[in-house]
Ligand binder design. Sequence first.
Ligand code: NAD
Length: 301
Amino acid sequence: MKIGFIGLGIMGSPMAKNLVNAGHELVVYDHNKEAVADLVSWGAVQGESGKDVALQSEVVITMVPNSPHVRAAVLGENGVSEGAKPGTVLIDMSSIDPTESKVIGAELEKLGIDMLDAPVSGGEPKAIDGTLSVMVGGKKELFDKFYDMLMLMAGSVVYVGELGSGNVAKLANQIVVAVNIAAVSEALTFAKKAGTDPELVYQAIRGGLAGSTVMDAKAPMMLGRNFNPGFRIELHIKDLNNALNAAHAISSPVPLTGQLMEIMQGLKADGFEKEDHSSIVKYYEKIANTMVKSGTVMEEK
Ligand code: NAD
């Protein structure tokens, strides 16, 4: 299948490479010329613009940061909509506001272009391994048609519902992850202040009901003082902003999400926006005047 791919960043680049590895012909475009050159050396063809990519493709995938970038790549000047023939399909795999997915989809429908929203969870390691979790919204027959292609980048591809539903699932995922990291941070900060070794508290509770994938991924980073991303605070702020907008538009209160947004704004003000979201623990450390790392309070004195 001739596939267009726009957005070759941390996630898009390895995802596109997995499609090339599987034998697909790829036409790629990114504002970043080095990212395009890297994919061309991998076997892809260079596109000159979104329009040029669409002219040469049956299906176009976008993997860019946020809603305005998807709009620009798809509906902007020299964008996908200028080159796509009726019957072309856009699969937007970026994490964006689901309301925007619907608006962009409606614009494309006027031109005879179908759209799926198919954001991912899993981060760079799973993008490289081709084991992402993909959550898909749009027409079911389109989902069925592109399931095998999406599975080349994924460990699971799940149909959620109409267009926008993929991003609803993704935002739900981001709410759960943010609140979980904050809960782990709050608990380990308390354990430290109470004079226990937070590493031993983590070991004691991880196998019980409190244990979680988030705890096992993030507590070791907090305890080991490793805040290299992973998933940057600034991207999580983008997702929570989309979650707040989408939830407020339908009168679905999200009080914990609001609280996490303010915690992350505090971290941004302290200059931590490029760090992994496990640095949420630094917010707690600041207000509690302690540091969550292995060792008891007594040992540190
Ligand atoms: P990134 O910033 O590394 O890459 C984005 C790429 O898009 C850049 O190369 C940029 O030049 C390109 N771009 C932006 N606008 C463009 C346009 N109009 N035309 C062409 N290219 C354009 O971002 P990323 O980490 O790869 O994330 C992409 C999406 O995946 C985001 O929505 C993010 O929230 C989501 N996501 C990221 C992770 C992660 O761990 N990084 C995990 C899951 C989901």
